[in-house]
Ligand binder design. Structure first.
Ligand SMILES: *Cc1c(COP(=O)(O)O)cnc(C)c1O
Length: 532
């Protein structure tokens, strides 16, 4: 399998090149040159597979054996998911008939980004070790200096994915005093030599601007081989496709339905996905395109609703709030102005609406899609908006729908799922991101013809993207009036106890200045014993 850029100027990249470079040379995102179909008997053959076994099957459709031999891929997968606290890796919780929660938060940092970043860390290490083993004795050492900015979740998941990896150093910038206490503690209490936290005097946007500046600095980049772990990396999307399959099979097993039976065919699977940068739900789209039975992928946004507005107006419009920035909501990991991964979906929509038979993948059409996407991204940059043809949005609507959930609805949903008065429903503590997905799903069920199983034929699966203890303020605020609710007892996991008091290592950067950050990076690399 080879990879091409969504902006049309790069193709025939190997998986390794796509993963190690992250972004295409034309500024586009890498996508596979074709979407592989599932093997003919996948339902029978995979029905009893573990998460890890499914991962090997699915990943190997996108990674040639000549790039990573299957046995080595299996080892990478084993190691990546051995750090999860659940045997199923991503277990499914039943809330009521036909309504389930797919818990993606059983990794080291209690958020869904672990599913991808645990794998990406091992992948980086694997490729670097292999490059080094091919160097003659005394040859150069291939290394990667990962630099990223975070408002919370990405930073901790990246740190836990990359800690202790050979030939990788990781520098994570966070705005001083502006990440939650738990998230700050999660990042700064990791004391491995290759992990460096920089707390920068400034905002998240300042941190992000510094990172962009460093990547744009050719000399610095060449000296340190900068690597990125943001959600545009193809390996992150790929790793996330696995849990859609895992959810499908574990659901059928729990209902005692044979995956290859007509009974299984009669069930419609709907997924509701709390969405920010569109990485998580895009993985569901790839699963659907490969052949996973999927009725709807519901894009659930908070009040930063560019995707919701797109499905209404067919215009993708960067709308800055009164203060010119994103709206701060109860679900901060979804506070975005634009969704970077949406570009990948746009590419498919253009290519398929331009072709006569709806699926031709001629090079000409691919190039045309690249040109169109490239133009749109220019328009977005220059005017802050571009419009998409109605047919393309109709095409997207075949499987997608979008919803917008306010903070008030988010809190109300956390409360009503905890204090449920419905005898057939389990009480469950939702984190605010998951609550956005759940509220969107409930609204959707009420306003469409959907009948959830067994009364009808639909099953709704809401993806839970974080553990409620990670966002304690929003959860406590929503549940504080509930008699008997005790956060420490009911929500707080063992791993978080004492976290705030643990030893920390963090370097304070007194001004949001790229030069200061570069100085810190070089000083700390020398401290690791790295010469350059
Ligand atoms: C990153 C994140 C999201 C958004 O996921 P995308 O792939 O960016 O759409 C949602 N919830 C939580 C808790 C996250 O950390």
């Amino acid at each position: 399998m080879q990879y091409r850029s969504t902006r049309g100027q790069a193709k025939n990249y190997s998986f390794e090149e796509a993963v190690m470079t992250g972004l295409g040379p034309d500024g586009g995102l890498f996508i596979p040159q074709e979407i592989p179909a599932l093997p003919a008997n996948w339902r029978q053959d995979w029905a009893q597979f573990s998460f890890q076994e499914l991962a090997v099957e699915i990943l190997s459709l996108f990674i040639d054996d000549s790039e990573i031999p299957r046995a080595e891929l299996a080892q990478l997968v084993e190691r990546s998911y051995a750090t999860f606290r659940s045997e199923d890796v991503t277990p499914l919780a039943k809330i009521r008939n036909g309504f389930y929660i797919l818990e993606l938060f059983h990794g080291p940092t209690f958020a869904f980004k672990d599913v991808a970043l645990q794998f990406v860390g091992n992948l980086f290490e694997y490729f670097l070790e292999r490059r080094n083993s091919r160097e003659p004795a005394g040859g150069k050492t291939h290394r990667l200096t990962v630099v990223g900015a975070t408002s919370g979740d990405t930073g901790s998941a990246a740190i836990y994915g990359l800690r202790n990896k050979k030939n990788v150093s990781v520098f994570i910038l966070h705005p001083n005093g502006r990440v939650s206490p738990i998230q700050e503690a999660q990042m700064t209490t990791v004391l491995d030599k290759n992990v460096h936290n920089l707390s920068v005097e400034g905002t998240f946007d300042d941190c992000q601007d510094i990172v962009k500046n460093l990547f744009g600095n050719k000399e610095f980049n060449n000296r340190h081989h900068l690597g990125a772990v943001n959600s545009i990396n193809w390996a992150r999307i790929l790793a996330q496709t696995v849990y859609y399959f895992q959810a499908y099979f574990s659901l059928l097993r729990s209902l005692d339905i044979d995956a290859a039976s007509p009974e299984a065919d009669a069930i419609k699977f709907d997924f509701s996905v709390p969405t920010g940068n569109f990485g998580d739900v895009l993985a569901g789209y790839y699963a659907y395109r490969m052949g996973l039975p999927t009725n709807k992928l519901l894009i659930a946004t908070n009040e930063n609703d560019i995707l919701y507005r797109f499905f209404k107006s067919h215009a993708y419009e960067k709308q800055t709030g009164a203060d010119g920035g994103v709206k701060a909501t109860l679900s901060p990991a979804m506070d975005i102005l634009v969704s970077s991964n949406f570009e990948r979906l746009l590419w498919y929509l253009v290519r398929e609406t331009e072709s006569d038979d709806g699926k031709s993948d001629s090079e000409e059409l691919c190039d045309k899609a690249g040109q169109t996407v490239n133009n749109w991204m220019q328009e977005l940059k220059e005017k802050g908006v571009f419009r998409v043809a109605d047919e393309a949005v109709l095409k997207a609507r075949e499987v997608f729908d979008a919803a917008r959930v306010t903070d008030v609805e988010t809190s109300a949903t956390i409360l009503s799922y905890y204090t449920t008065e419905n005898a057939d429903q389990c009480s469950y503590v939702l984190d605010p991101h998951t609550a956005v997905g759940v509220a969107a799903a409930d609204d959707y069920i009420q306003n469409t013809e959907i009948k959830t199983h067994p009364a009808g034929s639909d099953i709704f699966i809401c993806l839970a993207t974080a553990h409620p203890a990670k966002f304690s303020e929003a959860v406590e605020a929503a549940l504080k009036t509930t008699p008997g609710f005790n956060f420490a007892q009911d929500v707080l996991p063992e791993e978080f106890r004492g976290l705030l008091e643990k030893e920390r290592r963090v370097t304070h950067v007194e001004r949001a200045d790229p030069q200061l950050v570069m100085d810190v990076i070089e000083k700390e690399l020398r401290g690791e014993g790295i010469s350059f």
